[in-house]
Design a protein around this ligand. Structure first.
Ligand SMILES: [Zn+2]
Length: 250
């Protein structure tokens, strides 16, 4: 038992801000992108950095969470769904391609255009490692924002290696051969052997892009930074909150 998700003693230590001790570190499976450490899988439960960071975020925010609301999940893996189910009973899971082994997942849903989903429905929306593959991610943020209730929040996370400081607030499609996470990536061209020619866009975003999407959609941008106890990597969650009174925004 090694991480905040699978060990209660580690969870308590992390939430208290204590060092969890070397016996819990440096034992996960490192995941590299080129020479860069981008993730560490928990040796016990297989959790990734983003899931452990979300666990920390939700645990700390618990007193402020509305547990009666409905949550929109986009392309959510099993550990992510398990974590969310500890806080919320009502979720709608949507995905463009795979069903993520979730029989309740609504597939063929393009989050840049979801006419089948009514406006002002969700109190929270989560898309971790999803906008990475959407060249018009601003449209996705606006469309998910449409489905949020007033005061609702969209949390999105993009893999850090996709941030390109030369791009300002712009977006560039590096290739059309991306596929999911870096452990599926082979070769120095950064191409996936499994999905070569997959037509899945491998996007790069400027550091100003994420907040720009929120502002462009009339949402309030924010950032939450979480340090991971297994890898020491920092996870940056971007948030876009739907204001109760847009007239008060500056
Ligand atoms: Zn674990």
């Amino acid at each position: 038992m090694s991480c905040i998700l699978c060990a209660s003693n580690v969870r308590d230590s992390v939430l208290e801000g204590l060092s969890v001790g070397p016996e819990y570190r440096d034992i996960g499976r490192p995941i590299l992108y080129g020479d860069e450490l981008v993730d560490v899988a928990c040796p016990s439960c297989g959790s990734r950095v983003r899931q452990r960071a979300l666990a920390q975020l939700l645990a700390r925010a618990e007193p402020f969470l509305d547990r009666s609301t409905e949550v929109l999940l986009v392309s959510a893996s099993a550990p992510e769904r398990l974590l969310v189910s500890k806080y919320w009973r009502r979720t709608l899971h949507v995905s463009l391609l795979a069903d993520w082994k979730d029989p309740d997942c609504l597939t063929n849903v393009d989050i840049t255009d979801m006419p089948q989903i009514e406006a002002n429905r969700f109190g929270l929306a989560l898309a971790l490692c999803v906008l990475d593959y959407i060249p018009k991610a601003g449209r996705a943020v606006a469309e998910v924002g449409r489905t949020l209730k007033l005061g609702g929040t969209f949390i999105y996370w993009i893999q850090p290696y996709r941030i390109d400081h030369r791009l300002g607030s712009g977006t560039k499609v590096r290739s059309w051969q991306a596929y999911r996470d870096p452990d599926h990536v082979y070769g120095n061209a950064g191409e996936s052997r499994a999905c070569a020619g997959s037509s899945i866009p491998d996007c790069r975003f400027g550091p100003g892009a994420m907040a720009g999407w929120a502002k462009g959609a009339g949402l309030i941008p924010g950032i939450v930074r979480i340090r991971d106890h297994l890898s020491e990597l920092s996870t940056v969650f971007h948030t876009a909150k739907k204001p109760h009174d847009p007239g008060l925004l500056r």
